[in-house]
Design a binder for this molecule. Structure first.
Ligand code: MN
Length: 245
């Protein structure tokens, strides 16, 4: 059986309820990467989290709006973007429980920031206000193309995936990691020093990237590689668990 990968989603309020929604680039990248994608909905009380953890072999924390700074003990600055209380609550609980269980985790953009906060770190609420000499990180036009360079450390998952020290990636964020969370290491930065990738230093599989490989994968197969790598790890773990049973 193919691994099942849970994908978090965002919500949009309607006059009659709200939409749970996810860009199909995530769904396609997970499917092309060799897994069965399922979307984990935002249910207000979070009781469904355990049910989904029974089903999934790995979780992709997807991109989206800003995480509430209350999760790292700050009030909002004026430049903070849109936040979604229910999504924050569900994803924080989902991360904690998945991490405890050793379910592999891949965080993309907001997902990287969320996992860093969940592990005790924090983020700049707005890099353009809070980081001196920061370059552009917010391409709004077309994120299927590269926008800036990142520098990848050789002893890292990201290097194993791309086999490159320098990689041109897209960029659509106005926030970034400030204080690193526990049991994480930085594996890539842009030329201005902004953290662009992290991974776990313990026996858990946690990978986070600030760019959007799922969007670049629409045009460039190279960017399917992080999904294949992640899904392979999920599959290996699934087989080991089966052997133990
Ligand atoms: Mn960037």
């Amino acid at each position: 059986m193919k691994p099942v990968i849970g994908l978090t989603c965002s919500s949009e309020d309607l006059v009659n309820g709200s939409l749970n929604k996810l860009n199909d680039t995530y769904i396609n990248a997970v499917y092309k990467g060799g897994a069965t994608p399922i979307i984990i909905p935002i249910l207000k009380n979070g009781e469904h989290i355990e049910d989904y953890l029974e089903i999934v072999d790995g979780i992709v924390f997807t991109g989206g709006g800003d995480v509430s700074p209350l999760y790292f003990g700050e009030d909002p600055i004026n430049e903070l973007g849109q936040i979604d209380y229910d999504r924050d609550l569900i994803e924080m609980a989902l991360f904690q429980k998945a991490y405890e269980k050793g379910i592999p985790i891949f965080g993309i953009c907001r997902g990287l920031q969320l996992l860093n906060i969940a592990l005790g770190g924090d983020i700049y609420q707005d890099i353009y206000i809070q980081v001196p000499n920061v370059q552009g990180h917010t391409c709004m036009h077309n994120i299927q193309e590269g926008y800036h360079v990142i520098n990848i450390l050789e002893d890292s998952i990201l290097y194993d995936i791309f086999k490159k020290n320098k990689l041109v990636v897209n960029s659509q964020h106005h926030q970034a990691i400030r204080k690193l969370g526990d049991n994480l290491k930085i594996t890539a930065r842009s030329n201005d020093g902004v953290i662009e990738a992290v991974e776990s230093t313990n026996n858990k599989f946690v990978l986070g990237v600030q760019f959007h490989p799922e969007a670049m994968a629409v045009k460039y197969d190279e960017f399917l590689k992080p999904f294949r790598y992640f899904i392979d790890r999920c599959e290996n773990l699934q087989q080991n668990i089966c052997l133990l049973k």
